[in-house]
Design a protein around this ligand. Structure first.
Ligand code: SAM
Length: 147
């Protein structure tokens, strides 16, 4: 019997800034026109994990619209809880959203030239040879990212 991850529903309760897969697809090529009220460089972090980089980046004062992505749902839920505190601070220079999905399909969510900067720190290395195909950084991803 397959069990649904309970954090899948929980994370969507942060709907102010956590977008569903469908919503993210609809935003393709128009994040700056339809999702973010202010037009600013769009920065993406893949593998946000528990959000250390995202939270620190918000403090740099850099003007941007930032999207964190991670496909581990429970981890993302704990990050969403931190992001809610950031949301309450209502920073004028930093707006953000979060996507709990697989970044391998990045081309389905962002149009060509839409992303101004992409970060991914400490990608999962999957050291065993039989697991290499699980690594994000491989040819298929790079083609999706920059067809
Ligand atoms: C080793 S952790 C590093 C987390 C964080 N970047 C840091 O430096 O602490 C790698 C993260 O990337 C996420 N990740 C790996 N492959 C991914 C993919 N295809 N799409 C989205 N997230 C992914 C994992 O869920 C995990 O949270």
């Amino acid at each position: 019997m397959a069990f649904e991850n309970p954090y899948k529903a929980k994370i969507l309760t942060y709907q102010d800034f956590v977008l569903s897969d469908e919503h993210a697809r609809q935003a393709k090529s128009q994040w700056n026109a339809t999702i973010f009220p202010k037009q600013r460089p769009l920065k993406i972090e893949i593998g946000s994990g528990y959000g250390d980089f995202m939270m620190d980046y918000a403090k740099t004062g850099e003007q941007c619209n930032f999207i964190g992505i991670d496909f581990r749902i429970k981890r993302s839920f704990f990050l969403a809880r931190k992001l809610e505190i950031l949301r309450e601070q209502n920073l004028s220079h930093f707006d953000f959203r979060f996507l709990a999905l697989n970044a391998i399909n990045i081309h389905e969510y962002f149009g060509q030239g839409e992303i101004s900067e992409l970060f991914y720190f400490f990608p999962d290395p999957w050291p065993k040879k039989r697991h290499h195909r699980r690594r994000l950084f491989q040819k298929s991803f790079l083609i999706n990212l920059h067809p």
